[in-house]
Structure formats: structure tokens, C-alpha cells
Design a binder for this molecule. Structure first.
Ligand SMILES: Cc1cc2nc3c(=O)[nH]c(=O)nc-3n(C[C@H](O)[C@H](O)[C@H](O)COP(=O)(O)OP(=O)(O)OC[C@H]3O[C@@H](n4cnc5c(N)ncnc54)[C@H](O)[C@@H]3O)c2cc1C
Length: 336
């Protein structure tokens, strides 16, 4: 296989994985990012980042679960910082119908009774009568994972250009005889008018008095919540799902709901320091399925919605296999 000359536009999680996968296969990769440092202007900054193909199946197409499992495997092989202790789903006793509904929609769990739940997460002992454990799921601290990928790219000799946006038309950035992979997220809307943004609000809490070891999803009929341990006493609390595109600061209503539910899950969050309240906008296609769209020597990789971390390695492998062998992963790839 001859080495290809590839420019990737955008250093969100999709662009980073595209660059990483192609560089480790021996291709010549240049990554260009509009902002001066990774994650500043990216949806990827705000992710959980749970790698949860089973739980996501509650509201997603089957392909998310099927291919998402490969995404978890690829992260496990590539990233030493991944934590695989499963996801625990719980609900207050008045909302136990939510737990039954979730179990029906999202297969791959084991029912855990109160005593096992207390062994898994001692600080939740006595608070929930029942839970669902999705053992094969993992999570990671997204900003550390992003820095790891940047470091790996440098180590492999990829050229990284931060503060150097790729301008429309993006195909002009393709090196002679090479390929450009457009991972600009919502900024690619000039090329992908069907993209929409879905706002997600989150908080980062530093809570030395809380010791949770895996992502916990607290079901609630109006505003479900998840808490993801990022390490070093930090927890990501998220996230709203609002069909709106603005990345404006978090509203008081959302903050009250997120933080109130976090406190309801674990009273230790009362003394937590709020390190960040932020809102990211998830790029999504109308069917919420991430996709690579091939237009000649230009490939657009986008629409990751809630699944960017889960699907970044899946999309990167699909694009690499297409470029090297012409293989088309029809579920997530369109040739135009
Ligand atoms: C609150 C929240 C929680 C989430 N939780 C999870 C989760 O638990 N698990 C999960 O898998 N996913 C999660 N997601 C979804 C995930 O964050 C997104 O799917 C993912 O970040 C999208 O990545 P992206 O690379 O496509 O876009 P982005 O991260 O937005 O990256 C696009 C990049 O392109 C750059 N750019 C723009 N224009 C140009 C240009 N002209 N030239 C060069 N660069 C340019 C931008 O600066 C940016 O860095 C969550 C999202 C949110 C908001």
C-alpha cells in the first residue's frame, strides 16, 4: 500500500481519530485546526465521555449499538487511560417504571439488587432498591484522551497546525494527488446543509467527598442525569438534550436541574466545587447516525450527535479501509 498524503480539517474527536488511524497506518498526515489549542472551540470539549453502546440504544438506531461495540474495543486497544467498569443505571423508587422501560429498550444489562449495588458503589448503599449494570461499557476523561491523541500524532511525525483554519472550499486544501478529510463539525454546514446542532449543558464538579467508580445514570421522567468520574475527584454531570444550536452560557434553570439531580443522587455533591458550567452543540444528521460522505478526494466525517467518542474510531477505520482497499461500510458511509 503506497502512503497517501492526507489533510484532516478539525481537531475535535472525529478529526483526531481520523489523523491517528491514518498516521499509524503509515500515511502522511497533516491536521489543521482553527483554534490555537485542542478542544477550545469543539463539541468534544463537553463530552462525558461515556463509551456506552448499550445504554445509548435506549434512544438510538441499532447500528449505534452494533458498531459502537467495535468503537469500545478500538479505544481499549489504543488508549491506556480508558476505564472499563461498566455503567450503573438507577432510578428513585417513585420512578421505577423508568428503570423497567430503560431495561426493555437497552439490552445488555444485568439486574442488580440493593446488596450488590452497595458492593459496586458503596456510597450509593441504601439509596436505590435496584439497578441495571451494563458491564461491557467503558468511559474516559475526554480532555486527557484528546491530549493523548495529540501526543501520539506528534510522536508518529504527523504535522499539527493549530490556529490554521481550512477555508471553504475545503477541497482546495487537498495536497496534490492527496485527500482532504473534513471534520469541522458544525462549521462544515456550508457543505452539509442537513446538519443541525443539539445543545448539551454540563457541569464539572470537584468533589473529594464523593467516590463513585463508574458512570451512573439516574433516570428521571423529565431530565435524566449522568455522572461520569473523570479522576482526580472530578465528575462530569450532564447533560441536557435541547434542539437548539446556541452554545450560550448555561441557564439557571438547567444548572438547578443538573446540580439538584446530582445532589439527589449523592448528597456529597453539596460540598463540591463547581469548576465549570458549559454548553456544547452536538453536530447531528436528521437520523442522528454519524457518517462519512465521500465526494471524490474529499471525505466529510460528521454528524456524531451523542456518539462522537464512541464512534470516532469506527469512522476512522471505515475511512482508512475505504482509502486503502475501496471497502465501503454501507451503514455509515455514503459515496456521492
Ligand atoms: C454535553 C455533551 C455530552 C456528550 N457526551 C458524550 C459521551 O458521553 N459520549 C460520546 O461518545 N459523545 C458524547 N457527546 C458527543 C460528542 O461530544 C460529539 O459527538 C463530538 O464531540 C463531535 O465531534 P466532532 O469532532 O465532529 O466535532 P467538534 O468536537 O465540534 O470538532 C470540530 C473541530 O473543527 C474545528 N474547526 C471548525 N472550523 C474549522 C476550519 N475551518 N478549519 C479547521 N478546523 C475547524 C473546530 O474548532 C473544532 O475543534 C457529548 C456532547 C455534549 C455536548
Amino acid at each position: 500500500m503506497t502512503s497517501l498524503d492526507i489533510t484532516v480539517a478539525g481537531a475535535g474527536i472525529l478529526g483526531l481519530w481520523q489523523a491517528f488511524e491514518l498516521a499509524r497506518r503509515g500515511h502522511k498526515v497533516t491536521l489543521r485546526e482553527a483554534t490555537d489549542e485542542p478542544t477550545v472551540g469543539a463539541a468534544s470539549r463537553y463530552a462525558g465521555a461515556m463509551l456506552a453502546p448499550c445504554c445509548e440504544a435506549e434512544s438510538a438506531e441499532p447500528v449505534i449499538r452494533e458498531l459502537g461495540r467495535h468503537g469500545v474495543d478500538m479505544w481499549r486497544q489504543a488508549y491506556p487511560g480508558i476505564v472499563c467498569r461498566g455503567t450503573l443505571v438507577v432510578a428513585a423508587s417513585r420512578d421505577r417504571g423508568e428503570l423497567t422501560r430503560f431495561a426493555r429498550m437497552a439490552a445488555g444489562h444485568r439486574d442488580v439488587a440493593a446488596d450488590e449495588l452497595a458492593r459496586l458503589e458503596p456510597e450509593l448503599a441504601g439509596r436505590f432498591a435496584r439497578g441495571l449494570l451494563y458491564e461491557e461499557e467503558c468511559h474516559l476523561a475526554p480532555r486527557s484522551a484528546i491530549l493523548f491523541l495529540v501526543g501520539e500524532l506528534r510522536r508518529m511525525g504527523a504535522i499539527l497546525r493549530f490556529g490554521e483554519p481550512v477555508h471553504d472550499p475545503v477541497w482546495m486544501a487537498a495536497p496534490a494527488g492527496g485527500v482532504v478529510i473534513d471534520c469541522r463539525g458544525l462549521a462544515a454546514r456550508s457543505e452539509l446543509p442537513q446538519l443541525r446542532g443539539v445543545r448539551g449543558e454540563m457541569a464539572v464538579l470537584r468533589a473529594p467527598e464523593v467516590a463513585l467508580s463508574r458512570p451512573i445514570r439516574l433516570l428521571h421522567p423529565r431530565q435524566p442525569l449522568y455522572v461520569v468520574p473523570w479522576g482526580d475527584d472530578r465528575y462530569m454531570v450532564g447533560a441536557t438534550l435541547i434542539e437548539r444550536e446556541d452554545g450560550a452560557p448555561v441557564t439557571v434553570r438547567s444548572a438547578l436541574e443538573l446540580l439538584g439531580l446530582a445532589y439527589a443522587l449523592h448528597p456529597g455533591f453539596a460540598e463540591a466545587a463547581i469548576e465549570e458550567l458549559g454548553a456544547g452543540v452536538r453536530p447531528a444528521f436528521p437520523d442522528n447516525i454519524p457518517r462519512a460522505i465521500v465526494r471524490g478526494r474529499r471525505i466529510l466525517v460528521n454528524g456524531a450527535y451523542r456518539h462522537g467518542f464512541l464512534f470516532a474510531p469506527v469512522l476512522a477505520t471505515a475511512v482508512a479501509e475505504y482509502l486503502e482497499r475501496g471497502t465501503v461500510s454501507s451503514e455509515i458511509m455514503t459515496i456521492e
